[in-house]
Ligand binder design. Structure first.
Ligand SMILES: Cc1cc2nc3c(=O)[nH]c(=O)nc-3n(C[C@H](O)[C@H](O)[C@H](O)COP(=O)(O)O)c2cc1C
Length: 456
């Protein structure tokens, strides 16, 4: 293969509306089936055959109740509600596939590290090393109220400081508690685990006290492959310190490029190679045999969009209530404790453009904060190649507008075109997700912060 392969994740969520509010009503949508395990195992098989490196599952742990001050609009429009736990679905999907990885979102603000480390290690074993963890600090007051018993969420900067300490605990549990070969299972010697090769981690910090040893012996990757999504300045610093792959949502290659340059500069300053982290960008793809058919499909999709639902989603991301806003009002930047990068995409980072609330709602209605790429397989492949060049990304989190039809159509129509161009690297024996995406061994690279926690 001469050209650099394009990495593909499918981006989805265990809920009726993911990134394209209103389209659950399209006749091809199977939104009602999201609570059926067969829906997810079927999708996983399709993605595996389509050469996707992983299925990346977003997750939140609160309802979208910012719009109008309550959860009614989110409920009515199925806006990421109801919502099932993505981690629970992974073993069944892994059993149905050979090579597909699973990127699961779990929040460091709401999960306890000791228990989450065990859950992720369990998934690493049960997937043969095909699991990634999308580290998020979350953005919803509703989650803080129900899980932490607080009125408001932990402030943005403090969430990230706490997340740094959280990662120390996780690295200790994944890398520093069980030495290699600790599990001996020696019947003759009557020893299952050699206690001399298991260590208490002794963590005593500002937010966490975890004195003991890990419960689970490490899986094939030890630390699961690490994804991060969070694009504010502080979020990018966290990514430089911890991520092996990063996910951005931005409408134009230019906008995403600014984040990408920031991360690659940060890596260089930290003494790591500029390409030490793989970068994925959101893309909603609508493909058909010809450009005309694809455009007709998009036009049909537009008749299902739901702008109130889109503003419910956007209010939830940003913590700003758009319910009373006049559609002609300009979107303004404010300091928010929710997602700073989501709001900034339409204000300070909008390259001089002023977005109205109506334009924002229409944009977000199909494909959330990312681009909608429409056309024949060859046009879609050309556009993906343009994004790779102009945004300097390594791949895409491909999202369906009508679910799961658009992902199935991608696997059927675009994947063969990418293979024909030598851009899809999906041959060979199954490997861990770290090897598939990062290209190096199954474990954290030696220049990654987590490797300092290894038992010597
Ligand atoms: C592209 C993208 C995807 C994200 N996905 C999730 C998610 O699935 N669940 C979640 O709780 N937070 C998610 N986040 C939010 C981050 O966890 C972060 O807490 C929040 O955006 C605030 O950080 P920021 O201002 O650095 O972006 C996402 C953020 C971005 C930019």
């Amino acid at each position: 293969m001469t050209a650099k392969p394009i990495l593909l994740n499918a981006f989805d969520m265990l809920t009726p509306v993911h990134q394209s509010p209103g389209l659950w009503r399209h006749p091809d949508s199977r939104a009602e089936e999201f609570q059926k395990l067969e829906y997810w195992t079927g999708l996983a098989r399709t993605l595996d055959a389509g050469g996707f490196a992983s299925l990346f599952l977003a997750d939140i742990v609160g309802v979208y109740d910012v719009y109008g001050g309550n959860g009614d609009a989110a409920a009515r429009h199925g806006v990421q509600f109801p919502l099932l736990d993505p981690l629970v679905a992974v073993p069944a999907m892994a059993a149905a596939t050979e090579r597909l990885g699973f990127g699961v979102t779990a929040s460091v603000t709401y999960e306890h590290p000791y228990l989450l480390a065990r859950t992720l290690t369990t998934l690493d074993h049960f997937t043969n090393g095909r699991v990634a963890w999308n580290i998020v600090t979350s953005y919803q007051d509703s989650a803080a109220r129900n899980i932490l018993g607080r009125d408001e969420q932990i402030p943005h900067a403090e969430r990230y400081d706490r997340a740094d300490e959280y990662m120390d605990v996780m690295y200790d549990l994944f890398e520093g508690s069980f030495a290699d070969g600790a599990v001996v299972a020696d019947r003759d010697a009557n020893v299952f685990v050699d206690p001399d090769r298991v260590r208490d981690i002794g963590h005593d910090g500002r937010w966490f006290r975890v004195p003991g040893q890990a419960l689970a012996a490490p899986g094939p990757q030890r630390t699961p492959f690490l994804f991060q999504a969070g694009a504010s300045k502080r979020g990018q610093q966290f990514a430089v310190d911890h991520a092996e792959a990063i996910f951005f949502s931005g409408g134009t290659p230019g906008l995403v490029r600014r984040w990408v340059d920031g991360v690659r500069d940060g890596l260089e300053e930290a003494g790591r190679p500029r390409d030490a982290v793989k970068i994925f960008s959101l893309a909603t793809v609508i493909v058909a045999e010809t450009d005309e058919e694809a455009e007709a499909r998009l036009a049909e999709y537009r008749s299902f969009v739901d702008t109130e639902a889109a503003l419910t989603l956007f209010s939830g991301w940003t913590g700003v209530d758009f319910a009373g806003a006049d559609p002609g009002d300009a979107v303004e930047d404010i300091v928010t404790e929710a997602s700073r990068s989501a709001l900034a995409s339409f204000t300070t980072l909008a390259s001089g453009r002023t977005w109205t609330v109506r334009e924002l709602a229409e944009f977000v209605s199909i494909g959330g904060r990312g681009p909608v790429i429409v056309g024949s397989p060859s046009s879609v492949a050309d556009e993906l190649e343009r994004w790779i060049r102009e945004a300097d990304v390594d791949g895409f989190n491909v999202c369906a507008a009508v679910r799961p039809a658009d992902l199935e159509r991608f696997a059927e129509l675009v994947s063969p075109e990418l293979r024909r161009r030598g851009l899809l690297d999906d041959a060979g024996d199954p490997v861990t997700l770290r090897e598939r995406i990062g290209g190096r061994g199954p474990h954290l690279a030696d220049d990654h912060a987590g490797s300092r926690h290894r038992i010597r």
